[in-house]
Design a protein around this ligand. Structure first.
Ligand code: ATP
Ligand SMILES: O=C(O)[C@@H](O)C(=O)CO
Length: 417
């Protein structure tokens, strides 16, 4: 039975965490959405990751979903819990990282917890409480233009403090550099002065290991997926940890709803190699069914012949125009819904290998496809694994918006061929 229970606030983030846990030696099952008990067999598993779509819903809804996931994991006999959010701390104005963390602390009767968004392998580090994406501050990394969770302040202590009545402290890299004992002492010192939530600096994977050791008796830890790379591997036979996925067959489709900088670059690169079609939000509003039908007609001759790319992402200016006229939530849901419908129709026509870019988009697409349990396969790049749905016989990549190399949409297929 699993001992580590994880709650992720979006689908790509959940795949990212499941990937890092798998690489770290945990036999990990990824569950999309909250299942009913009978649906999933979890005997030979060390960790379970539940993917929620709770990042951009209201704070009370996010808390409600997260507590339901916690209860499910407790009933599975999990003894430690990991709340996973984005390595760029993606939040709305009201949360949801603060409210969900507070609710989990309370439900678990914990004294408090750490917050460690960093993922150095993916270029995310935290220095003096400020988040960097490679060499850029968060607020200059492209994330300031995110369609749903624009991040305009790189100071995460300030960002988090605005989301919670709990007092937020900072664990500085100085303490991490002195090792697990000094780190643990500093965490206790911060907690004893009323800092329930402690945002952690992290410059490299050594800091992640130190932090994981310093908090190994804590019932709750929170962070990006990076922290998983610091966790000690569970004892026992881990030879089956990275499951060998079946060989992939069937048509190859990329569906990109992410408007993040890395996805933009991947789209630009793929346009030179793949048949590519851009969805138009205004056309979808005025004639939804006809617009989707046209996309399917366009795609049909390519299926099984070459991978294709269908995307929605526009420049920040284009997105601004769409959002001004159609509303932020409506336009996001419209495009997610269209990509989800296209996934359904294209799989009916033989698509079996899908790369889906964007967390919200991945949530919408996998829900429409009825995918619930995923096995983790080969890693395409840090945070981006191939996964496999045994029930639907589908190979899927759920790609986080800002992850992956520029040639991901053209090169990833080779890993499962
Ligand atoms: N041209 C556009 N105009 C308006 N909204 C768009 C446009 N293109 C995409 N969107 C919306 O932007 C949102 C992108 O969020 P999504 O979580 O899918 O990507 P992401 O944030 O880049 O990925 P991740 O969460 O993995 O980092 C979706 O709701 C999508 O529908
Ligand atoms: O942590 C990350 O950056 C990703 O796993 C993610 O959550 C993207 O939505």
């Amino acid at each position: 039975m699993p001992t580590l229970g994880c709650i992720a606030d979006d689908y790509t983030g959940a795949a990212d965490l499941a990937n890092n846990l798998t690489r770290q030696g945990f036999r990990t099952t990824l569950i999309l959405g909250l299942p009913s008990h009978s649906q999933v067999a979890l005997d030979e598993v060390d960790a379970v990751v539940i993917a929620l779509k709770s990042r951009t819903v209201s704070a009370p809804q996010a808390v409600h979903q997260s507590l339901a996931a916690l209860r499910y994991l407790q009933e599975l006999s999990c003894r430690r819990f990991y709340f996973k959010y984005c390595s760029t701390f993606d939040s709305t104005a009201h949360g949801n990282i603060g409210p969900v963390t507070d609710a989990l602390v309370k439900a678990l009767n914990a004294h408090g917890t750490i917050l460690c968004p960093a993922f150095p392998d993916g270029g995310r580090t935290v220095y003096r409480g400020h988040l960097f994406v490679h060499d850029a501050l968060l607020s200059e990394s492209g994330m300031q233009h995110h369609p749903l969770t624009p991040m305009r302040d790189p100071n995460l202590v300030r960002v988090l403090q605005a989301q919670t009545p709990s007092r937020v402290g900072l664990l500085s890299y100085h303490h991490l550099q002195q090792g697990p004992t000094a780190t643990r002492e500093q965490l206790h010192a911060l907690q004893s002065t009323g800092h329930q939530l402690v945002l952690c600096d992290t410059l490299d994977n050594d800091h992640l290991r130190t932090l994981a050791l310093a908090t190994r008796d804590d019932i709750l830890i929170t962070g990006g997926s990076g922290l998983a790379l610091g966790l000690p591997a569970p004892a026992g036979d881990t030879s089956l940890t990275t499951s060998q996925l079946p060989r992939a067959r069937g048509a190859q489709v990329v569906l990109a709803g992410s408007a993040s900088r890395a996805t933009h670059a991947q789209i630009e690169h793929a346009r030179a190699f793949l048949p590519t079609l851009k969805l138009d939000a205004f056309e979808l509003t005025s004639a939804y069914d006809r617009a989707l039908q046209q996309v399917v007609q366009w795609a049909r001759p390519y299926l099984g012949v070459t991978p294709i790319l269908i995307y929605a992402s526009g420049t920040p200016e284009e997105i601004h125009t769409v959002q001004e006229q159609l509303g932020r939530e409506h336009s996001g849901a419209l495009i997610e819904g269209a990509l989800a419908q296209l996934a359904v129709r294209l799989t009916e026509l033989g698509a079996r290998q899908l790369i889906i870019a964007g967390g919200e988009t991945s949530g919408a697409v996998t829900q429409a496809l009825g995918v619930q349990v995923l096995r983790i396969g080969p890693e395409v790049s840090p945070g981006v694994p191939w996964t496999y749905s045994p029930k639907r016989a589908l190979h899927l990549v759920l790609k986080s918006g800002n992850f992956g190399p520029v040639d991901l949409f053209t090169a990833a297929w080779e890993l499962i061929a």
